[in-house]
Ligand binder design. Sequence first.
Ligand SMILES: [Zn+2]
Ligand SMILES: [Zn+2]
Length: 137
Amino acid sequence: MTTRVQCRCGEVEIELTGEPLVQFYCHCDDRQAVHGAAYAPESVYPSDAVTVVRGGPKAWTLKRNPRFFCGQCGTRLFIDVLALGVRGLNGYLLPDGQFRAAFHMQCQFAVRPVSDELPHFKSRPARFGGSDELVEW
Ligand SMILES: [Zn+2]
Ligand SMILES: [Zn+2]
């Protein structure tokens, strides 16, 4: 199964192969700064399952992982998490109904807590190198 997504202006098109490994909302402080948002949705795939099929996204690096965006319209596209061999796609690029978050993470940094039925991890879930500790929202 493949899915194609685009930036807002259509300059960059990306093909996704298969299902995401995980989808979540991240509230970390890095994300707040680079997205200018309280939190952001991420849909994670094996790196080779996310292929740029049109256009040439621009990259910048905040700390160690390159982040890619459209040089024309500025849409945030994906981050390469090099240590894990995964690409985290901006979840809002997906067609309606295909972003279904399993949890919130990095809630210790939250500036705008969200009350919903999902787990709210203080850092990351244990299976992603965290502690499984939850916050009370
Ligand atoms: Zn664009
Ligand atoms: Zn984050």
